[in-house]
Design a protein around this ligand. Sequence first.
Ligand SMILES: CC(C)(COP(=O)(O)OP(=O)(O)OC[C@H]1O[C@@H](n2cnc3c(N)ncnc32)[C@H](O)[C@@H]1OP(=O)(O)O)[C@@H](O)C(=O)NCCC(=O)NCCS
Length: 217
Amino acid sequence: MRPGLSELEPQPDQFLSPSETKHWEELPSAKRQFSYLCGRIAAKNALRRLLPAVDSKSIDIEQGVFTQPVVSSATAHGLQVSISHTEGISGAIAFPEKHPMGLDLETICSGEDHTIRSQLTEKEIKQHRELPYAGAVGYTLMWTIKESLSKVLKCGLTTPLSVLEIDTINCDGPVLISTFSNFAQYKGLSVILDDVVLSIVLPKQTDLKLEFLTLKS
Ligand SMILES: CC(C)(COP(=O)(O)OP(=O)(O)OC[C@H]1O[C@@H](n2cnc3c(N)ncnc32)[C@H](O)[C@@H]1OP(=O)(O)O)[C@@H](O)C(=O)NCCC(=O)NCCS
């Protein structure tokens, strides 16, 4: 289910710390308040999978100088999160700082094909032709992989996107595993979930249990 702002309206006080509530109140639009709140709820739910005894309101997720989320509470020492929003959905992953990760969710939209294609390298355009997912699904997949890498690196999409070039994409059941031309120490894991693509980039040697992603094969 994709909740609306009205359904989440009672929630800020239940989920946000005092400083997050102040930040939420100062956001410029209801739409941005909605995405911020959903993202923080997703991130705190993810953190509470690792720290079940901790109250969501005691966790502070600040905004860093590159607008990245920074978990700054002593109650969640050593943990960080990566957050994404798309079309009324938010997702997050919590991870030990020792294993930096980035997560991206994008709604599949054929209207974006031309824009995404224009940002791909020749090598990536060739890879797209060889993917089992044609057209918009494949383009959205490639976009989420690159954006997830940009979140691990904290540069976002302010860097030339060719720096984030995907080297290979291979299928392992429902999971697509990718590698990068310039960041061999990372790998990407992606799944197609109905009309949304989810990608997570993490250190190549780090194992991530993906049972929750293998429901659809
Ligand atoms: C990171 C970026 C690619 C995300 O794009 P988006 O369209 O907002 O996509 P998503 O919804 O998937 O992600 C949003 C989340 O990314 C996270 N994020 C933002 N900047 C980030 C960064 N530099 N590194 C890692 N994560 C970042 C935030 O948690 C944000 O959600 P929140 O604001 O509710 O906390 C984009 O914001 C970007 O390129 N930022 C550049 C940031 C930068 O360099 N800022 C410095 C000048 S102010």
